[in-house]
Ligand binder design. Structure first.
Ligand code: SF4
Length: 91
């Protein structure tokens, strides 16, 4: 296992500035941690109009956040992105 596959710990417990502009700040707890595809689609619709979608996705990828919808991507989609980046980096 190389260093790029190890999860990073967030640098501290402060809320990143971009989170203050998140469209989901007013969402119900659990809305972004759906248990089925319908819930994922519902969360994605909110993410689609979020001004910090890119920052959110990169944060989830950087810290290997396993659960929930972040930056409009499900857990499976984030795993796929990370896999693709590893393949690209190894070329
Ligand atoms: S992209 Fe989605 S999960 Fe991320 S901050 Fe915006 S609304 Fe919340």
């Amino acid at each position: 296992m190389d260093d790029t596959s190890l999860p990073l710990q967030p640098p501290d417990h402060r809320t990143p500035a971009w989170m203050l502009r998140a469209r989901c700040r007013e969402a119900r707890a659990g809305e972004f941690f759906p248990s089925d595809g319908v819930g994922v689609d519902r969360a994605r619709r909110v993410c689609a109009e979020c001004p910090v979608k890119s920052e959110c996705l990169e944060y989830a990828l950087k810290y290997r956040i396993d659960h929930g919808v972040w930056g409009g991507c499900s857990e499976r989609e984030r795993r796929r992105i990370l896999r693709q980046r590893r393949v690209t980096a190894s070329r």
